[in-house]
Design a protein around this ligand. Structure first.
Ligand SMILES: [Fe+2]
Length: 168
């Protein structure tokens, strides 16, 4: 079948100096990071709503700071995927398939168990971001490498702050 002629308004192919194969692989890795970040955002907001006990004030406020940061982080990750020429996932079904962190528990856990769940969540997201770093570096994708560096800083710092609540 003859190829239909390109329309005058058709967008030109992406030519930013990163190969199509690398753009696809980086976008896939960022999709996992987006799903992890969104899932951890939702769990943190859930815990902000449902936390109980003597640490209520501390944790309710701390979780709000953390879910706000995570909420603000999903947009740059999704928009980097778009800049690489791929569709950003944005449904619970897609996030469920892509995320390495589990969905929030159906029954709210005790306050310190919430903290434990969030420590492991932030560590898991850090591992997802770190795993993508060599590929972004090799492809010369500095914007993705920069984004991953920022996310790693936040997740490792937040994991430390939460972990400190569990130490004597
Ligand atoms: Fe609130």
């Amino acid at each position: 079948m003859a190829k239909s002629p390109a329309k005058a308004s058709a967008a030109p192919a992406i030519n930013i100096g990163i190969s199509e194969k690398d753009r696809a692989a980086i976008a896939k890795g960022l999709s996992h990071l987006l799903a992890d970040t969104y899932t951890l955002y939702l769990t943190t907001h859930n815990f902000h709503w449902n936390v109980t006990g003597p640490m209520f004030n501390t944790l309710h406020a701390m979780f709000m700071t953390q879910y706000t940061e995570l909420w603000n982080a999903v947009d740059p990750i999704a928009e980097r995927i778009r800049s690489l020429g791929h569709a950003a996932p944005g449904s619970y079904a897609q996030f469920g398939k892509l995320a390495s962190v589990p969905d929030a528990p159906g029954v709210p856990p005790k306050a310190l168990e919430m903290v434990r769940i969030l420590v492991t969540g932030h560590e898991a997201v850090a591992r997802t971001a770190r795993g993508l770093f060599p590929l972004a570096d090799k492809a010369g994708d500095e914007p993705t490498a920069d984004l991953l560096t920022q996310r790693l800083t936040v997740h490792e710092q937040t994991a430390w702050m939460l972990r400190s609540l569990l130490e004597d």
